[in-house]
Design a protein around this ligand. Structure first.
Ligand SMILES: C[S@@+](CC[C@H](N)C(=O)[O-])C[C@H]1O[C@@H](n2cnc3c(N)ncnc32)[C@H](O)[C@@H]1O
Length: 267
């Protein structure tokens, strides 16, 4: 019955509303799971010892608000979160983009991080989940970058076509909606933009449809996900082995990964 209701809602509601409901549900489910499995307590322990400032990586120094304390964010605070992407972000933070779009910004690790590091770009952070927008706003304020960042709900190809200036950076982590954003009929608008895209259906490869859609206009790097080594993070050396493993766990499928598509036009 639940699956049927889901299908009916998906077919009848506008995507902005359906995706908002789905995102809020998913977040509530994950929050409950994290609490029951002890991730929330581990996070509180970590914060009381090390604090709420990102320790390493391109967004080193980014301050976190206590609104995120209920979540499993130790990997972000350590700087281990998606560290596979550090070289890509290191390459992007100093580039003079006209704007940065973060589609699926959650609490703002990338959106507020880029606002803090980028000298030129205005950041547009999108999330259909109201909790994410509230926390992202608080993070922007805490880090003194609220004037460099605009927060929006649903991101659509139409919004991008109407508002995104050329030579932007697009960070996409939107649970499958990347198939709509980077569909063949929409890729033209990204030809001068660099793109960091998390894939949610299957592993990144040259056979992936989004790779195919972008290969004429972009030089594409395939970035597979890796398990992070807790020994690289001295801040947690006194935690138990199990806690250390959990602290650096991004909680994703091992096959998941990204495409880092660099605009041939920009080069
Ligand atoms: C996995 S979370 C993002 C995590 C975040 N990128 C990070 O690394 O911290 C995915 C988010 O994408 C949002 N989302 C999915 N499709 C969207 C769309 N078209 N516009 C805006 N947000 C979207 C969901 O609300 C959800 O909160």
């Amino acid at each position: 019955v639940k699956t049927l209701i889901k299908k009916i809602l998906e077919k009848t509601l506008p995507p902005s509303i359906y995706l908002g409901l789905q995102a809020a549900n998913a977040r509530r489910y994950i929050q409950k799971f994290e609490k029951e499995e002890g991730y929330r307590d581990l996070n509180l322990k970590y914060e009381s010892i090390v604090g709420r400032v990102v320790q390493a990586g391109p967004f080193h120094g980014l301050k976190y608000t206590e609104l995120t304390s209920e979540r499993h964010i130790t990997q972000r605070l350590l700087g281990a979160y998606e560290s596979e992407l550090h070289p890509a972000f290191e390459a992007c933070v100093d580039k003079p983009y006209s704007s940065v779009l973060d589609v699926g910004c959650a609490e703002g690790y990338y959106a507020v991080g880029m606002a803090m590091k980028s000298k030129s770009a205005h950041i547009h952070a999108f999330d259909t989940d109201p909790w994410a927008r509230k926390v992202c706003r608080a993070m922007a304020k805490l880090n003194g970058v609220e004037n460099k960042l605009s927060i929006h709900g649903f991101c659509s190809p139409e919004w991008i076509r109407a508002n995104m200036p050329p030579r932007s950076l697009v960070i996409s982590d939107c649970e499958g909606y990347e198939f709509v954003l980077f569909a063949p009929e929409n890729v033209e608008q990204f030809k001068s933009c660099d793109l960091i895209i998390e894939l949610h259906d299957k592993a990144p490869s040259e056979e992936h449809p989004i790779y195919r859609n972008l290969e004429n206009t972009h030089e594409i790097l395939i970035i597979p996900s890796k398990t992070h080594d807790p020994k690289q993070y001295p801040q947690i050396k006194d935690f138990s082995e199990e806690e250390q493993k959990r602290c650096v766990d991004d909680m994703r499928h091992s096959w998941q990964g990204w495409l880092f598509a660099k605009s041939r036009e920009q080069r």
